[in-house]
Design a protein around this ligand. Sequence first.
Ligand SMILES: [Fe+2]
Length: 216
Amino acid sequence: MPPETELRVKQEVSEHRLPASLQMLRNEHAELACVLRAMKRMLDRGPDDEPERFFDLLRAMLFYIDELPEKLHHPKESDFLFPQLLRVAPQLFPDVEKLEKEHVRGDALVRSLQHNLIAWEMMGEPRRAAFNEAAYEYIAYYQAHMQHEESVIFPAAARLLRAEDWKRIDAAFGLGYATLPGKPPTQNGYERLYFKIMAGAAAEPHRPEQTAQSLA
Ligand SMILES: [Fe+2]
């Protein structure tokens, strides 16, 4: 391949590469999607004859889907991506407003699930249906939330934000999260927890490339 052709191909590839911060958000979605899918499989199967392992794993999953979005993922969207996007695409305000409300509601739903899980574990079968119903509802709710972001917000951001916008967002995402509220723990801790959960669920402990849109 002539050098000039090779250079053009490389430029085209890099032009189509997602900004690092957007890819980071998609990776977090993919991990959350895997945990939600593993949780659904567990609920479908039930505790069988290993209730201790079952409840331990569900508790770890709920901790993960409580902590990762609230402390790490949502602040990146709410404090950096959404405001930058609204500046250039104010017509997306209704979408962003809905997603922001879902961020808040999702936090409350997970706390309620954690309570319902303890209720099932402590009180036994009579409390199982309430947890299952709420958990299935939450899984569908959060999958739809991520799909909304991936089908509307992320493509618009990739299309409309300029290189200097992404430079700012990338910096905010990559500088040890020092600029994020509450200074959450590093991503590494959540990565370890993610792999532990997926190994425990006997699922493939890989970091998938697929997005939330491939959840169904
Ligand atoms: Fe998100």
